[in-house]
Design a protein around this ligand. Structure first.
Ligand code: NI
Length: 387
């Protein structure tokens, strides 16, 4: 695995930045320390313009190349951590109880900083590189926040590229799914207002637990009976809250969960059927049911031609034997999708030595991958802005 020489020389400092970010993780839209470090580093590297406060805690940096070219390439990394208590015992483990970089966004931030340093130093491209440090990727709407703040109006991009680490134990393996690559997602809350009673006299109640448990099963019929068999849809109820004692039928129950889909019309159908089931159950059981549905992530679509270009750039670094365009679509979601809906581009996975899954308290990211990721991001910008 090769890395670009300047980035190789910067590897030790990148590892130090990564470990520092890992020790001090911040939840979405609270990345004040992190975005402060990003802005400070970009200033040190001689980046031409630094704009803070885009999407609350987002940062944008601008690097102009050595020609008069008008083309503009965006490189994006996310910065936020998760509400998970770290259990890795690493010397640089999180010092913030209950908050952890368990998705490796600290590495993404570091890789983009590495690319920024290289590009600001070499400027071996004709056009403009837009560095996008995004807050709040973990379901809090950081991409939409930056878009609402006029990200692409203020800093137009012709193409954008992003990257996620992948703990598959295969360092330097780069994979992409051309076309539809990751699912869109909605979150839902269902509030059931029944009527409580003594548990020994349930005839006095409108038992919300009976309704809640029946709904969990019935909701699955949307996937098995309403969505066409060749269309994918995931519908998971992930929370049930109700009750306080052995001998009380409670007043209320609340369910929560998520819908994942690859076509907007599948999501619309699932949401419509959920509302109809809730309305029907309310009548059938004489309770009140309120459903709150919120779309969180768009479907992520990778531009096929730009995905090929991204893999070619990656192959310059990791070799053609380590890049593949045969990855299957994932039912996970990623809010870079919202940016890709506005500007074409591509999102790849970069393998590393860790093997514990993302969002796990024991997640480990191998720092060896930092200069590799940084080199790939720098390389795609150079290639797409070649004179
Ligand atoms: Ni992530």
């Amino acid at each position: 695995m090769a890395t670009l020489p300047i980035i190789e020389n910067f590897a030790e400092e990148m590892t130090a930045i990564f470990k520092d970010l890992h020790t001090h993780p911040e939840i979405g839209f609270e990345e004040v320390r992190t975005s402060g470090i990003v802005a400070e580093k970009l200033r040190d590297f001689g980046v031409d313009e630094i704009h803070t406060g885009i999407g609350k805690t987002g940062v944008v940096g601008i690097i102009k190349g050595n020609g008069e070219g008008a083309r503009r390439i965006g490189l994006r990394a996310d910065m936020d951590a998760l509400p998970i208590h770290e259990e890795t015992n690493l010397p640089y483990a999180s010092q913030t109880p209950g908050v952890m970089h368990a998705c490796g966004h600290d590495s993404h931030t570091t890789m983009l900083l590495g690319a920024a340093k290289y590009l600001a130093e070499t400027r071996n491209f004709n056009g403009t590189v837009v560095l996008i440090f995004q807050p709040a990727e973990e379901g809090l709407g950081g991409a939409r926040g930056m878009l609402a703040d006029g990200l692409f109006e203020k800093f137009p991009c012709d193409e954008i590229y992003g990257m996620h680490n992948y703990p598959n134990g295969q360092p330097g393996k780069v994979g992409v799914t051309k076309g539809t690559a990751m699912a869109g997602a909605s979150f839902f809350d269902i509030h059931i207002q029944g009527k409580g009673s003594h548990a020994a006299m349930p005839q006095m109640s409108r038992d919300p637990l009976i309704v809640a448990s029946a709904l969990v099963g019935q909701i699955q019929s949307i996937v098995s009976r309403n969505v066409a068999p060749l269309d994918a849809c995931v519908l998971s109820v992930t929370e049930i809250h109700s009750g306080s004692a052995y001998n009380i039928v409670p007043d209320t129950a609340r369910l929560a969960g998520t819908i994942r889909y690859f076509k907007d019309e599948v999501c619309e159908l699932a949401e419509k059927r959920m509302k109809e089931l809730c309305d029907g159950f309310a009548v059938a059981y004489g309770v009140e049911i309120r459903i709150d549905l919120r779309n969180i992530f768009d479907v992520l679509n990778n531009d096929p031609a730009l995905s090929d270009a991204y893999l070619e750039a990656a192959a310059d670094i990791v070799g053609t034997e380590n890049v593949t365009d045969t990855d299957d679509p994932a039912t996970g979601s990623e809010d870079f999708a919202d940016m890709l809906k506005v500007v074409p581009g591509s999102y790849v996975k970069l393998g590393h030595n860790g093997t514990t899954g993302l969002h796990n308290p024991s997640f480990y990211l191998d720092p060896e991958i930092l200069p590799v990721g940084a080199s790939i991001m720098a390389r795609i910008a150079e290639r797409r802005l070649s004179a």
